[in-house]
Design a protein around this ligand. Structure first.
Ligand code: HEC
Ligand code: HEC
Ligand code: HEC
Ligand code: HEC
Ligand code: HEC
Ligand code: HEC
Ligand code: HEC
Length: 249
């Protein structure tokens, strides 16, 4: 079934392909390599390597957590750079939603988290570098709540997009079927059962236990269990009991 969003998108594609006809043949070829090519604001000469790129884009190679590929393979692992005369075109070697799967296997589990299945890795990870482990764009809890707490998501009904708190905008149809959590006003509790904390010290396991986060009970990518529950627990009750250890056997 074609919804209004699909109609809208296909309408746009027809429009821009008319423009492509008058674009240069170089541009044409790049566009058909799969990813959108853009003219780089500065001509870069032939075969610029990563050290040239980093002169102006330091932030892409520096940070607390840098993607291993950057040092190992350089920018060209993901960006194609073609210079001709005084123009330089840059594009991604593949569209963003296919790019990451060229090196990271797509796991085919029973339950796939929608943004993972869609290849929307860069809604949660920087392809370059960030201040959080695994190049996450925010602490995990903030990522999860950015989509699953309705008041945190900014929806633009005209453009049919939604913007997460860390600034990435996606088409609304990518949020289809997304459950919102009915948390308390302070956004600290009421999930998965009333009064249950989703943050703060895991008092049931003693004071050295890591704090409770969404990742205490969910996988971010995929799982063989409904609701992305972690592996290794035969039932949801077994998950509960991993913290709520019975005192009287
Ligand atoms: C002389 C400075 C300079 C150098 C060298 C440079 N860039 Fe850029 N680049 C810029 C500026 C300025 C922009 C526009 C502002 C921005 O997006 O940061 C830009 C934008 C970009 C963009 C975004 C383009 C878009 O339309 O989305 C990409 C991708 C990019 N550069 C990649 C590279 C790569 C890869 C290299 C090395 C081959 C490189 N740049 C070298 C200055 C430079
Ligand atoms: C693992 C793949 C990958 C590598 C390696 C990589 N990039 Fe990117 N880069 C991307 C993707 C994907 C985007 C598009 C992000 C988006 O659409 O929001 C991007 C976007 C950019 C942009 C424009 C948007 C922005 O975030 O400012 C610049 C500039 C850029 N890259 C520079 C570089 C430079 C310089 C290097 C090498 C030091 C590099 N990239 C290495 C995947 C990569
Ligand atoms: C050219 C190959 C390549 C591409 C493309 C690529 N990666 Fe990676 N990535 C690697 C390698 C190699 C490592 C280091 C693996 C390791 O240390 O086990 C890595 C590590 C990572 C890590 C950290 C893993 C850890 O355990 O610390 C994340 C997160 C990640 N990549 C996400 C992405 C995302 C998101 C994309 C797409 C924007 C992407 N990668 C594209 C090769 C790639
Ligand atoms: C909803 C947010 C989200 C999306 C979307 C997402 N990730 Fe992750 N990813 C995470 C979080 C959170 C972690 C850290 C898990 C942890 O520390 O236990 C992680 C960890 C990783 C790691 C480290 C090794 C591992 O598996 O724990 C890699 C590699 C990775 N992600 C790649 C990807 C790729 C490739 C995609 C897209 C196909 C992707 N991620 C999509 C949130 C996300
Ligand atoms: C203490 C464990 C625990 C924590 C912490 C937790 N969850 Fe859950 N979550 C569950 C369980 C169990 C279910 C299945 C509930 C059910 O079937 O009624 C669930 C279900 C969900 C669902 C599906 C709800 C639906 O109606 O379909 C979403 C979305 C979700 N959790 C997101 C989150 C996010 C986001 C966080 C962090 C803010 C989080 N969870 C923290 C245990 C937890
Ligand atoms: C970019 C938005 C986005 C982010 C960020 C996000 N989710 Fe989701 N999530 C979705 C969408 C869309 C669905 C509904 C489609 C589906 O069932 O996969 C979903 C579904 C879920 C479900 C129900 C899965 C099922 O069994 O049907 C759980 C649990 C969940 N998310 C947990 C998390 C956790 C934990 C995080 C943080 C690591 C997180 N989400 C971050 C968009 C997001
Ligand atoms: C990651 C550890 C963890 C897991 C897993 C966990 N809990 Fe909890 N739970 C806690 C902590 C910490 C508290 C707050 C302190 C307390 O009351 O023991 C709590 C509190 C509760 C409360 C009391 C809420 C109130 O109103 O005070 C109930 C009921 C509860 N949990 C049920 C469950 C159920 C059902 C599950 C499985 C779906 C579960 N818990 C899984 C850590 C956990």
């Amino acid at each position: 079934m074609r919804g209004p969003i699909e109609e809208l998108l296909s309408g746009r594609r027809v429009q821009s392909s008319t423009r492509y006809l008058v674009a240069s043949s170089l541009c044409f070829i790049l566009l058909h390599l799969g990813a959108r090519a853009a003219e780089h604001p500065v001509p870069l000469g032939t075969n610029p390597d990563s050290t040239v790129c980093i002169q102006c884009h330091q932030d892409k190679a520096k940070g607390k957590f840098v993607h291993t590929v950057i040092a190992a393979q350089g920018c060209s692992a993901c960006h194609t750079v073609i210079s001709k005369k005084k123009r330089t075109l840059v594009s991604l070697v593949l569209p963003p939603n296919e790019l990451c799967f060229t090196c990271h296997e797509k796991v085919n589990d029973k339950v796939l988290h929608a943004p993972y299945a869609q290849g929307n890795c860069i809604v949660c990870h920087s392809p370059h570098a960030s201040d959080w482990p695994k190049q996450l764009l925010a602490p995990p809890q903030e990522l999860c709540m950015g989509c699953h707490v309705r008041s945190r998501l900014k929806i633009d009904p005209q453009k049919r997009t939604a913007t997460v708190p860390w600034g990435i905008t996606l088409p609304l149809d990518q949020f289809q079927g997304m459950p919102s959590l009915g948390l308390n006003q302070a956004l600290t509790a009421n999930h998965p059962v009333e009064g249950h904390p989703i943050t703060g010290p895991n008092t049931d396991l003693g004071k050295d236990a890591p704090d409770i986060t969404c990742l205490s009970c969910h996988q971010p990518h995929h799982s063989d269990r409904l609701n992305l529950l972690p592996p290794g627990f035969a039932t949801a009750t077994a998950l509960c009991e991993s913290c709520h250890r019975e005192i009287d056997p």
